[in-house]
Design a protein. Sequence first.
Length: 251
Amino acid sequence: MAGHSKWANIKYRKEKQDKKRSNLFSRLTREIIVCARQDPNPETNPALAQAIERAKAANMPKENIERAIQRAAGGLEGTNLQEVIYEGYGPGGVAILLRAYTDNRNRTAAAVRHILERHGGSLGGEGSVAWQFERRGIIQIKSIPPGMDKETLVLLAAEAGAEDFAEEDETLIFYTQPRDLAEVRDALREKGVEIERAVIGFIPKTTVRVEGPEAEQLLKLLDELDETEEIQEVVANFDIPDEILAKVEGV
């Protein structure tokens, strides 16, 4: 999953640096609304707690977060959102999985199909690529506390329930079962480990190598999908040369 993981980290860093946050805030608002519909209390609703944590990490104003929860609890306009999964293919036969919150499935499907086809991809049917991904907890470490080495940190995470880890650009990323995310995150925090992000997301089981013009076309496709307001999550099972990803990071 190296290629996708590096792209996700680049995307995350750009989100933190980007001054134009309207799309990001709209996306986070949608997520909070959907999560809060069943239970508006983050203490008893882990999904809502994670959505609020992501919003805070993006420096979303507190009043925006509270307003989104109130809209969900009061059944106000804009709360008839549904979670929809779209599946498709990109250049090089790369599998793409999209998670969206929308109040009009047909409109969003048409928009996704248009973007895919414009960049050499296609929209697939239900189940066409979903089997190539799995839902996991993802915990990214910002820094290792003084006096603790990497081996100790990995052991600590494993004892708390982490199943695997990876290193990307000197950053440690731990993977858990979704139900174990909060427990592993809290265990690390108790030992002074600074968490950069802790989310539940899809990750690819295997990757497809894509190079040259196809790789550049794929990244343009993924970036346009990621900038679409209704799409919450973009995942693809690609592996792309570091030099091409470096061009993207420098944009």
